[in-house]
Design a protein around this ligand. Structure first.
Ligand SMILES: Nc1ncnc2c1ncn2[C@@H]1O[C@H](COP(=O)(O)OP(=O)(O)OP(=O)(O)O)[C@@H](O)[C@H]1O
Ligand SMILES: [Mg+2]
Length: 775
């Protein structure tokens, strides 16, 4: 039994105590998942039929990895018979075989969130309920919440408190809507995600013989990440385990990060109450990370009031300090991360899979994707599409494509009725058929509505809508002649109602979509600025579109798994580990998120997220934050995250000691981490005397077009200026570090610099705009 050899004492106890309830409550990286895996292997070695073992994981990926490891110990065929997967996947399987009890066909459809939303919208429409008052996503979130708390329609209608609560929220029709939505799903032979849990509960409570069957089947139950189970999941596990009580749960209250989805941290805290005889094992040694990382994480999480005090230590090497990078902008931050990955890849022979970039919100991927792509570093965005593939991004891009090429039929069909403007599918089909019959494009029809109207067979109301739509597109095109791409795109986003449409949706997904649109605008702003700095730059809309079309394409080629950097939200990184982690965007309002820092509970959850993020790192962790970011086209100042100031500086190393250490943190106090930073020696280095071109100096004549030797960089804010000369090392906030090869020009306002960048090659920059800093 070699697999037992690698376990420490506490782990050994947890793995070998096979009977009775057992809880492992322990910090990150202490081997909880490993214990679960080995325990399953041990059960099978001790002749428990794998068919009797149910293991529930948080993601399918985790289940797959666990199965592979178990197979190594007990063999493929044994491992294959295990019941292992997420709650949703396992119980969908059970529901299929028992569907007849609930009056469902066994081939019932599983609705994803979009499907369920469509059904709900239809319900609202058919019942003449104003979708403006009853925002479908908001209604859906309420229904989901009921279901996860096992409040069926019947229970809802019998509960005056719930009804009153909804009435107070101006939603007195909730009961009716809930009922109709459930009926509609049922009639369609479909279950939504929440039904998979709710119906399982129903199955197990209403039909004792079914409960008995599964209790008898699942004699050994194991649950990973127990701290993030919701009420519905909790009840399922409790019901199934109540006969044999061979239940083993592992978790970490400090990593409970899904309360916004109804996860209930009390499930783990109450385990002892549910099973008074439970054995509890605590694991204290972290095997994943260096001492420095573990200690740093402990300091931050200790600030939470609500938690079990746990001891976590590491016996691994002390390791490097966490490097903190202060960047000037989001582009600078992304550039730092990509360069750093490139460097470690080359100097430490690290594979790209060794790296993770973790962020708080999805829209942050854009800058990192751009900078990784520039350096040809392969990457993969987990848990979602790569930025330019996201629907809301593509929608706005489709409008912009249409402005450039009005015959772009695909773009047209994407947005002709988005956001909804009453040009439905029937109308669109008529247009297509008609255009075909006349052998012209739809655009031609729209452009000549007056002429075609009598032949189209559409009523006047619809014709007006089509005319309005086309007039709007035409107006944008006119605007494009005088305004820059950003201004036009912003106008498009506003006038088409796109922004309002997204703003109305206050669910986490809706907010994330709006953030993506904002990020697309930021990317455009950055693009325009960059092009203006290049001598042969082209800041036009069509050049921007061409650029992102190319980037979307390169991403398509990289769907398969390979040696790639992982990009994911912190939420998705739970349970995973990477040798090198970049935790980015450490700024107030971004992390902690402005949405979740108003109450102490919310803030504590953000802090747990921070703990999760940091504890993913095995060898090295890098933190970064920007001092300014674009927001809807404006540069806004950002403050370093309070989590940085909650750390002990002993664990940190500032890569570029803040030139200005006069940061004030959120509490209005001087932030401790910035107080005792050593001043940058470079900053205080006395400037060498250099010959500079001054305005009042005679300039080289046009005939004498010898490259100028030195030029002065005027800081855009006018606050300071710096001289550069050929041979200097400079930093550009997008292209990174490079060497000045050549300076050229006679007019100090128009000096060009040829710079050879380490990763980007040679660029001809217009100095006045290029915002170079000398290093
Ligand atoms: N006794 C041990 N000896 C050597 N390595 C170990 C031991 N226990 C765990 N590890 C290793 O430590 C790392 C962390 O283990 P594991 O992922 O099981 O921790 P965890 O407690 O589940 O972490 P998290 O809370 O992040 O989910 C893994 O790489 C695992 O293989
Ligand atoms: Mg784990």
């Amino acid at each position: 039994m070699d697999y037992l050899k690698g376990l420490n004492e506490a782990q050994y106890e947890a793995v070998t105590t096979l009977e009775g309830p057992l809880m492992v409550l322990a910090g990150a990286g202490s081997g909880k998942t490993r214990v679960l895996t080995m325990r399953i292997a041990h059960l099978i070695t001790n002749l428990v039929d794998p068919f009797h073992i149910l293991a529930l994981t948080f993601t399918n990926k985790a289940a797959k990895e666990m199965k592979e490891r178990i197979a190594k110990v007990v063999g493929q065929s044994e491992a294959r018979s295990l019941w292992m997967g997420t709650f949703h996947s396992v119980f969908a399987r059970i529901l299929r075989s028992e569907a007849h009890y609930l009056g469902y066909p066994s081939n019932f459809t599983i609705y994803d969130s979009q499907d369920s939303l469509n059904v709900l919208k239809k319900v609202l429409k058919d019942s003449n309920i104003d979708a403006d008052l009853y925002k479908p996503k908001k209604v859906m979130a309420r229904i989901s919440n009921y279901k996860n708390n096992l409040i069926t329609v019947k229970a809802y209608l019998a509960n005056p408190e719930l009804i009153e609560n909804d009435e107070r929220a101006n939603m007195k029709h909730m009961g009716l809507i809930y009922q109709k939505y459930v009926d509609a799903c049922y009639r369609n032979g479909a279950m939504d995600f929440d039904d998979l849990l709710l119906r399982t509960n129903e199955l197990l409570t209403r039909f004792p013989e079914v409960l008995a069957k599964y209790q008898d089947r699942f004699r050994y139950i194991l649950v990973d990440e127990y701290q993030d189970t919701n009420h519905s999941q909790y009840l399922i596990v409790k019901a199934l385990a109540s006969k044999f009580e061979n239940i083993c749960v592992v978790g970490d209250d400090a990593q409970s990060i899904y309360s916004f989805r109804g996860a209930n941290i009390h499930n783990i805290l109450n385990f002892k109450k549910d099973y008074p005889d439970a054995v509890t094992v605590s694991l204290e040694q972290n095997y994943r990370s260096t001492q420095n990382i573990v200690n740093a994480a402990n300091v931050v999480i200790s600030k939470n009031v609500q938690q079990f005090k746990k001891n976590v230590f590491s016996d691994n090497e002390e390791g490097d300090k966490i490097k903190v990078y202060r960047s000037l902008s989001d582009a600078d931050e992304a550039n730092f991360v990509a360069s750093n990955i490139w460097e470690l890849h080359n100097t430490q022979q690290r594979k790209f899979t060794d790296f993770a970039i973790l962020y708080r919100t999805n829209s942050q991927t854009r800058a990192f994707e751009d900078s990784l792509r520039r350096k040809n570093i392969p990457y993969r965005v987990y848990g979602g599409l790569s930025f330019y593939q996201r629907k809301e991004v593509k929608d706005l891009v489709a409008y912009l494509r249409l402005l450039i090429n009005e015959n772009d039929g695909e773009a047209l069909s994407r947005i002709i009725n988005y956001p909804a403007r009453g040009i439905g599918e029937t109308t669109q089909n008529k247009l297509i058929v008609f255009a075909d019959s006349q052998n012209v494009s739809i655009t031609t029809v729209l452009g000549n509505l007056g002429m075609y109207a009598p032949l189209l067979g559409l009523n006047n109301g619809i014709l007006t809508k089509l005319a309005d739509f086309w007039a709007m597109i035409k107006a944008f095109q006119v605007m494009l002649k005088t305004e820059n791409a950003y201004t036009v795109a912003m106008e498009v986003a506003k006038r088409t109602g796109l922004i309002k449409f997204l703003k109305d949706d206050q669910t986490p997904e809706g907010i994330s979509r709006l953030e993506n649109v904002q990020e697309l605008m930021n990317s455009m702003q950055g693009f325009i600025e960059e092009q203006q700095q290049l001598e042969d730059g082209d800041p036009s809309l069509s050049n921007f579109l061409e650029n992102i079309a190319l980037s979307a394409d390169t991403q398509n080629d990289k769907k398969e798994e390979g040696d790639q950097v992982s990009l994911m939200t912190i939420h998705l990184s739970k349970g995973l580990e990477f040798p090198v982690v970049h935790l980015v965007g450490l700024e107030e309002n971004l992390f902690p998120s402005f949405m979740s820092s108003s109450t102490r509970e919310e803030l504590e959850e953000e802090r747990r997220l921070f703990y999760v993020a940091l504890t993913r790192a095995e060898k090295q962790a890098f933190f970064s934050y920007a001092v300014s970011r674009f927001q809807w086209g404006k540069i806004t100042d950002a403050e370093p995250s309070r989590f940085l100031s909650e750390m002990d500086t002993a664990h940190l190393e500032f890569i570029n000691p803040a030139i200005e250490s006069r940061f004030v943190n959120h509490s209005g106090l001087k932030s401790s981490i910035f107080d005792d930073e050593p001043a940058s020696p470079r900053f205080f280095k006395k400037k060498e005397e250099k010959k500079t071109i001054q305005r009042n100096e005679p300039l080289p004549t046009a005939q004498n077009l010898k490259p100028v030797a030195t030029a002065r960089i005027i800081n855009p804010s006018g606050a300071s200026s710096e001289d550069i000369e050929v041979g200097d090392q400079v930093r550009h906030d997008r292209f990174g570090v490079g060497e000045v090869l050549f300076l050229d020009g006679t007019d100090p306002q128009n000096i060009k610099a040829k710079v050879k960048f380490q990763h980007e090659g040679e660029k001809n920059l217009i100095l006045k705009f290029a915002k170079l800093t000398k290093i």
